[in-house]
Ligand binder design. Structure first.
Ligand code: SF4
Length: 318
């Protein structure tokens, strides 16, 4: 109620909470918040149509949820490889202008409805995903005055999932790099790998843009995907180089045949990165278990920029 009152006062807000259960509580009590829930909560219309299931509850029972759907696929059209977007997926513009097909993907409808509304309700993972990877894509919808972070003691654990870098074998292959050339227990070698990946993506983007086929019929989805992967690799190198002693390389994950699958490079202290997730003019952090000094230190906040509201004594009777 305190968070919602402040959101209402500022007229535009994000509210971020830790679990689906808490999201449900918010929606029940504060109807002006538009929720964004994960893909696993919605039946995928494309899978339902492929499996000839017309009942949403049955689809969920059968596991045909949106997280399994292929929202975009590489297909061959007239001998050319193109990306095909699922026909049920609306665009955010259609949702904003209220002209999206009534039979559109439930997951994207609620997500875009939340993004175009003044007040939306997120879980940490979905919110940080947007702030980290899709800021450019949704730029015009992220201009809100205040963010209310509920259960704020959980932020550090959430942020650590979004800083550093995960490298998957598929990306190494996509960049035509040989994973055997790199030492997966050495930070410098991993920095080299992120650099080589960024170079390879930049070259791919340049080559595709120069092709006559692209100029006649531009495939922007393909370019956007490559640009996103390029930016992630380039940013990872910058993050790691800016504070090398703060990063550790995890043991690589290998498949049963001993082939490289994935590796992650993570920071020990996230305070330098936390700020990039706090984009609105004001942030409110709510928790029963934080104190000003350690919270500011962990989140990289200047104490003088932070006002702390505390109760001297619990208002609840023992
Ligand atoms: S856009 Fe929606 S309906 Fe289409 S594949 Fe993705 S999750 Fe399924």
């Amino acid at each position: 109620m305190v968070g919602a009152t402040v959101s209402n006062y500022f007229d535009s807000s994000f509210t971020v909470t830790a679990s689906k259960h808490l999201q449900d509580q918010y929606i029940k009590d504060i109807p002006f918040l538009k929720p964004v829930k994960g893909k696993q909560n919605f039946p995928c219309l494309k899978l339902m149509s492929a499996e000839k299931v017309d009942n949403a509850r049955r689809a969920m029972r059968w596991g045909l949820s949106c997280d399994k759907g292929q929202c975009q696929e590489r297909i061959s059209k007239n001998g050319k490889e193109v990306i095909e977007i699922c026909k049920f997926k609306p665009t955010i513009k259609q949702v904003e202008e209220n002209i999206a097909d009534s039979n559109s993907c439930h997951h994207y409808m609620q997500k875009y409805e939340a993004l175009v509304s003044k007040h939306s309700l997120w879980n940490y993972h979905a919110f940080f995903t947007i702030m980290k990877f899709n800021k450019k894509l949704f730029e015009e919808y992220l201009d809100r005055k205040v963010t209310v972070f509920d259960e704020a003691h959980k932020i550090e654990d959430q942020i650590i999932q979004f800083v550093g870098f995960d490298i998957f074998s598929g990306q190494v292959d996509e960049c035509n790099l040989n994973s055997e050339k790199y030492n997966f227990s050495d930070l410098d070698s991993m920095i080299q790998l992120t650099d080589d990946m960024a170079y390879s993506y930049a070259k791919k983007i340049k080559d595709i843009k120069e092709r006559a086929a692209f100029q006649n019929n531009p495939d922007y989805e393909l370019i956007t995907g490559l640009e996103r992967r390029h930016d992630r690799s380039a940013q990872a190198k910058i993050d790691i180089m800016s504070d090398k002693d703060n990063f550790v390389v995890n043991d690589p994950v290998k498949d049963l045949n001993g082939n490289f699958r994935t590796i992650s490079v993570k920071p020990i202290d996230v305070s330098k990165f936390a700020n990039s997730f706090f984009e609105t003019e004001y942030q409110i952090f709510m928790s029963a278990t934080i104190d000003k000094s350690s919270f500011c230190e962990n989140m990289g906040l200047e104490k003088d920029d932070v006002a702390f509201v505390d109760t001297m004594k619990s208002p609840f009777p023992i």
